[in-house]
Design a protein around this ligand. Structure first.
Ligand code: PLP
Length: 418
């Protein structure tokens, strides 16, 4: 069975092999991320299966984890990419994602990024404002090209998630307000030699537990798509975005395939079955596949707290500090026991705190921080003079690639040069 699990004795596994064995075989020091590619493959395959014969594109949100091993794997399974920078665009292309399977989002794309996207002839640049349409038109005019664009619609929907990961409400910086979309259609159609409207997209935020809010956001743009079609305006695809949640151990989430099935039903019911369906899953594909392994540096007992001190901190995994997110922290070699510890990292910030976790009577040598495959390494920093962590990629129980930490000397040399 792919992914993280424990055997009857409580040892942690990724697929067929214990995490301890993988750690030792990799030879990498902690903190280190380990990912099970088989788990990513299984989820991607389930999602694709749920979309069946409906024309579709799963555009993996590269921001969740930009590791080449992961992007190449997904490209090989036929997935595309949702990118948000010139860097991610180039990475996706060099990892083998065909240009016409790439969509580019982002509220502040630079002219250089726009030029690269136009030159690569990607599926679409997803525009986030009327002003951006003007900038793209100017770049296309200047280069004598025709830019393929989609409108990212802000549907004015609040979802039940942390304020920092909700993006679809009308005060957010993202997307073109729904009321302004007809004018955007007109503007784009008015310059057909340089602008082609090929899609409509929406993304309301992350960590949706059920397909309901996803469906509601989808309905807003299917209406717009139907209205456009009735006026015989062209459209190649409709993109319902990402935001599919996963169970971090405290709240169940419906599986990604249920979101895919709901999306397909929305299009069928709207009479838009011929329109290509794009989804932009990030977290749900990669988060459960990854663990961050940290060494226990020691303990510290005060009148109020029993701390477990790790060699991994908020620079390696910032989600708890940034969003108040909770990741399960468990002993590597045995299942969580009753004795609780407040688990903290070495960074000089009070926010460097992974929360209180059941660890057990003995102090473990290592802990695993679970479900760390998404927005873990990709958000890591070198804060406090701490080099980026290493990464290990596992498939079917065997290590298929390793990416060591650049290490302390590299950090010192670069900072001394600065
Ligand atoms: C436009 C867009 N698409 C897709 C995603 C991926 O979201 P998730 O990882 O929650 O699926 C994001 C996340 O920020 C996003 O901004």
């Amino acid at each position: 069975m792919p992914g993280f699990r424990r055997d009857a004795q409580g040892a942690a596994y990724l697929g067929r092999t214990t995490v301890r064995e993988l750690l030792e075989r990799s030879g990498l020091p902690t903190p280190v991320y380990l990912y099970d590619l088989a788990a990513i493959r299984a989820t991607a395959t389930e999602m694709t299966g749920a979309l069946g014969s409906h024309p579709h594109l799963l555009a993996y949100a590269v921001k969740a984890n930009s590791a080449g091993s992961i992007v190449r794997l997904l490209a090989g399974l036929g997935l595309g990419a949702d990118v948000v920078s010139g860097g991610e665009l180039e990475l996706a292309r060099r990892a083998g994602v065909p240009a016409r399977k790439i969509v580019m989002s982002g509220v502040a794309k630079t002219n250089d990024e726009i030029d690269r996207a136009i030159a690569a002839d990607i599926l679409a640049i997803q525009v986030e404002s009327a002003e951006e349409i003007e900038r793209i038109a100017a770049r296309a005019r200047a280069t004598g090209t025709r830019a393929r664009i989609a409108i990212r619609v802000n549907p004015g929907i609040e979802i039940d998630s942390h304020a920092h990961i909700a993006t679809g409400h009308d005060e957010a910086k993202f997307g073109v307000l729904r009321a302004e979309v007809p004018a955007a259609f007109e503007r784009i159609d008015g310059e057909p030699e340089h602008l082609a409207l090929v899609g409509l997209s929406v993304h309301v935020g992350s960590m949706m537990a059920t397909p309901e809010p996803y469906r509601n956001a989808a309905l807003t743009i299917t209406e717009l798509a139907r209205a456009r079609r009735q006026k015989s305006g062209s459209l190649e695809y409709i993109d319902f975005g990402g935001g599919i949640g996963i169970d971090y151990g405290n709240a169940p989430c419906e599986p990604p395939a249920a979101f895919a099935a709901a999306a397909r039903t929305v299009l069928r019911d709207a009479g838009l079955s011929d329109l290509m369906l794009v989804m932009e899953p990030g977290r749900c594909l990669v988060a459960p596949s990854g663990v961050l392994v940290a060494k226990v540096v020691g303990t510290k007992v005060t009148a109020r707290n029993r701390f477990l001190l790790l060699d991994a901190g908020m620079n390696d995994l910032v989600r708890p500090a940034l969003y108040g997110a909770r990741h399960r922290v468990e002993p590597l070699d045995w299942a969580p026991g009753a004795t609780e510890y407040r688990v903290v990292g070495p960074v000089c910030e009070s926010a460097d705190d992974f929360g209180t976790h059941a660890i057990g009577d003995r102090v473990p040598e290592y802990v695993v921080i679970r479900d760390a495959g998404a927005y873990g390494f990709s958000m890591a920093s070198e804060y406090n003079g701490r080099p980026l962590p290493g990464e290990v990629f596992v498939d079917d129980g065997a290590i298929v690639s390793v990416s060591p930490s650049p290490g302390r000397e590299d950090w010192i040399a670069r900072r001394l040069r600065a």
